[in-house]
Design a protein around this ligand. Structure first.
Ligand SMILES: [Zn+2]
Ligand SMILES: [Zn+2]
Length: 327
């Protein structure tokens, strides 16, 4: 099998690593179809994630096909699957409550354990989920990043007419806008980059503003998806009294107007990835049901042989997701 390695910060290599081996017990062997390049893949590549190990096999957003199965595997050969990129122990106090996303022993594919950008790989069927026939691969590759916003929006009640502001229209922000709109919210998308706002507008009906054109308005729910200290502070300033702020971006530190939070009883939520399988199943459900052309979030698809170009494109700050095509 071949696999894409981040051998050291700034160094990628698609290389032969021996046979993938045969799946045993509940394992399956998966042949990747599409893999999405995520912000965390770029951070590992750039050497910016302190908990990353090197060398590490890259990648965690993936749709593929089961090509071989162990005797107790849950899924048959030919099943299309998406991968859960974070392991959980199933035994700690958080896992026992279904909070697999904050498991004490959580490890992350492509960060501190081998990822899935490869010609094939063997994985426990506990960490894959089947994709229904009516969900095309081009949408299914978005299940993992979409599950992040399913989890985040699940923390607050969003329905018809809820005023939602999304601060930061990277891929997660765009998906948050799409889901909030589908749930009936009145959505305002905010970004410094007008190109990102244009992209989100081609997908879903939202109001868009750059920071300097933003009207004096307050929102029931503010989603911070920019991952910048200034955006986190602004998210707090945009919430109406009694409103909710959901922080999705991983900012090391930010300054907040505490008096505003206290006087207006703002509710601040931190949201990290998703719970498995619940949020994944909801993500699959929404991606099937939503009439919006969500797959247009994919800006460009590169064959795996052009992995270097693909990483450069994903790191460029241009709107949309970059996807690798395998096989
Ligand atoms: Zn991701
Ligand atoms: Zn656990």
């Amino acid at each position: 099998m071949f696999a894409l390695y981040v051998t050291n910060p700034h160094k990628l290599q698609w290389r032969y690593v021996g046979e993938a081996g045969h799946p045993v017990g509940e394992e399956v062997k998966v042949r990747p179809t599409y893999g999405g390049i995520c912000g965390s893949d770029i951070s590992v590549w750039k050497g910016k994630l302190p908990h990353a190990d090197y060398p590490v096999r890259a990648g965690h957003e993936l749709v593929g096909v089961v090509v071989e199965k162990g005797e107790r595997a849950r899924y048959d050969v030919g099943t299309r699957v998406v991968v859960l990129p974070n392991t959980y122990c199933g035994e700690c106090e958080f896992c026992r409550k279904g909070q697999t996303n904050i498991c004490e022993k959580k490890r992350s594919l492509g960060v501190n354990m081998d990822g899935v950008f490869s010609s094939e790989f063997v994985i426990s069927s506990r960490y894959v989920l089947p994709v229904p026939d009516d969900l095309a691969d081009e949408r299914a590759v978005l299940v993992e990043p979409f599950a992040v916003v399913v989890h985040a929006l699940g923390k607050v009640g969003i329905d018809k007419g809820t005023k939602v502001a999304v601060v930061g229209c990277g891929n997660e922000g765009m998906m948050a806008a799409v889901l909030a709109r589908y749930l009936g919210a009145d959505v305002t998308a905010i970004d410094v980059n007008p190109l990102k706002l244009e992209t989100v507008k081609t997908i879903v009906d939202v109001r868009t503003f750059t920071y300097d054109t933003l009207p004096e308005e307050k929102y029931d729910v503010v989603i911070e998806a920019a991952g910048a200290a200034s955006a986190a502070k602004q998210a707090v300033e945009l919430a109406r009294p009694g409103g909710h702020v959901v922080l999705l971006g991983l900012v090391n530190e930010a300054t907040f107007p505490v008096v505003r939070i206290v006087r207006h009883e703002l509710i601040i939520h931190g949201s990290i990835i998703y719970q498995f399988p619940g949020d994944y199943m909801k993500a699959i459900h929404y991606l099937r049901m939503m009439p919006f052309p969500v797959e247009q979030i994919i800006a460009k698809t590169f064959p795996i042989a052009e992995y270097e170009k693909a990483y450069e494109a994903a790191a460029s700050g241009q709107p949309g997701k970059v996807v690798l095509q395998f096989g």
